[in-house]
Design a protein around this ligand. Structure first.
Ligand code: SF4
Ligand code: SF4
Length: 482
């Protein structure tokens, strides 16, 4: 059936500068270009991933937003109309990837940090030692996990991302003294040398899970929910299950990998407790964390998770990324991470169990400022997924679910995956985390404290700008000027 949508982008080539080298043809994962004496683009295939723009030696390609004018209608936005046309043509659920892109309010952008002036001296991080080392786990039983800076790499499964992405994160985590997270796709043998810096995940599909896998990780994580798609499962298409992914996931090659929406053995906090302790027993009592999506009642859910024996609660906010999700879920389900951190931290404090587990916050941590604000709201550390992919070249084109990523990140096509050199990828990630760590030290110095511990849950050092009274109350943050 004819698709009534029009191309979103226009590929403009300045042929007076073009070398006719054909590099753009090879660089595009979506087959935008054909070559007939010169490159001929097909606008309808362009996702604005900018791979061709970056690698064109003549810098003669410009990707523009389509100038097509839709009749203005504040109620029926162009995207809404396009979605209806697509669904009328296909009858299907609209799939998308990466984080939510609707213009929802970012609370982080409405929070500002304090700084010392006159009577309370600031500290110069270039002259004074600044402690960023963070311990995660049950403080009553002694620290379980040590990380040198309060950041980890968020779970992204092998299969959804390429092996070279996993290798880049594992090498970077090992060099930085932090952790990467397998996501739900198992642990490839090439990552065994880095296993002390790896969290192994157990999700509803149980892909790649056996006693050896559990024993290799520094910690184990039970994934209950994901910020980008709370309440629903996952689907990795058979085309992405090549021989190596199939061995790592322990499923037949070429079959779809379906993660059920619920864990079929968890229907209560007691069931969760049983799984946590089964995993601990199977792994010689390694720390076990639980990842949940930020939803209504997240405070009560997190309290149950901690009471079930989890060493950390991983909160994934509604702006978190995904390899594939229905757009309607990604853009409309869940609550903001900032609210969830504040509510969970407060709830655990009120119940006197805050010291029994750490909080890892994730779901669009975009900068060291977001990291500092998340920690001031009550998180112990943060995890980055989208930011890590961006560091590796991702241009947020939201085409991960197609398996054609031109940057070689969310694809299993060998001609694309080899575009990421794991050594270079690891160095990019090390650079990013080091840069954020330096900035975090600058923030601590401005606040007049010399350890990240002093910022944790210190909401008094935050102020709100342009947030309503009720939101300020939930966050436990005063408006600026008070
Ligand atoms: S990569 Fe640039 S210079 Fe080479 S053919 Fe394409 S547009 Fe022309
Ligand atoms: S990972 Fe690749 S496909 Fe996904 S948004 Fe980034 S550039 Fe696009």
């Amino acid at each position: 059936m004819k698709d009534y949508t029009q191309p979103e982008f226009h590929v403009d080539i300045d042929y007076s500068k073009c070398h006719k080298c054909g590099r753009c043809v090879g660089q595009c994962g979506w087959g935008v270009y054909k070559f007939n004496e010169r490159p001929i683009p097909d606008d309808s295939k362009c996702r604005a991933c900018h791979r061709c723009v970056t690698f064109c030696p003549a810098h003669c390609i410009t990707i523009k937003k389509s100038e097509l004018a839709y009749r203005e209608n504040a109620n029926w936005e162009p995207q809404t109309r396009k979605n209806i046309w697509r669904q009328a043509a296909t009858g299907g659920v609209l799939l998308t990837s990466m984080g939510a892109s609707r213009p929802q309010q970012s609370i982080f952008d409405h929070l500002v940090l304090d700084a010392c002036q006159v009577t309370n001296p600031s500290i110069d991080p270039l002259r004074e030692p600044m402690e960023l080392r963070t311990y995660l786990g049950n403080a009553e039983k002694g620290p379980a996990i040590k990380i040198e800076t309060p950041l980890t790499f968020a779970p992204m499964s092998y299969g959804a991302v390429s092996l070279n992405v996993h290798k880049s994160m594992a090498m970077a985590a090992s060099r930085l003294g932090i952790l990467m997270n397998t996501g739900e796709g198992g642990l490839h043998a090439d990552l065994y040398p880095y296993q002390d810096n790896v969290i192994v995940q157990v999700a509803s599909g149980r892909f790649g899970v056996d006693p050896e896998y559990l024993n290799r990780g520094a910690a184990i994580e039970i994934k209950v929910g994901q910020g980008a798609k709370p309440g629903i499962g996952g689907h990795l298409p058979g085309e992405k299950i090549n021989q190596e992914v199939s061995v790592t996931r322990m499923i037949p090659q070429g079959t779809d990998a379906i993660s059920p929406a619920p864990h079929h053995d968890i229907y209560s906090i007691e069931d969760l407790r049983q799984l946590i302790y089964s995993l601990k027993e199977a792994s010689g009592y390694k720390p076990v964390g639980v990842k949940i999506a930020c939803v209504n009642n997240v405070g009560a859910i997190a309290s149950g998770v901690v009471r079930a024996g989890a060493d950390y609660v991983y909160l994934d906010g509604f702006r978190g990324g995904t390899g594939a999700a229905p757009a309607v879920i990604r853009d409309n389900v869940g609550i903001p991470l900032e609210i969830a951190i504040a509510v969970v931290d407060q709830r655990l404090r009120d119940e006197g169990i805050r010291q029994q587990a750490s909080i890892i916050a994730a779901g669009s941590i975009r900068s060291s400022a977001d990291l500092a604000k998340a920690i001031a709201l009550g998180a112990d550390s943060c995890a980055i997924g989208s930011a890590a992919l961006i560091a590796l070249g991702c241009h947020l084109c939201q085409g991960c679910h197609t398996g054609c990523c031109s940057w070689g990140l969310t694809t299993q096509k060998p001609e694309l995956t080899r575009r990421l050199d794991p050594e270079e990828g690891a160095q990019r990630l090390v650079n990013l985390v080091n840069a954020w760590s330096h900035e975090l030290q600058e923030i601590l110095g401005a606040l007049g404290v010399n350890a990240i511990e002093s910022l944790r849950g210190s909401r008094e050092r935050l102020r709100a700008v342009d947030l309503d009274e009720q939101t300020c109350k939930i966050l436990g943050v005063k408006p600026a000027g008070m």
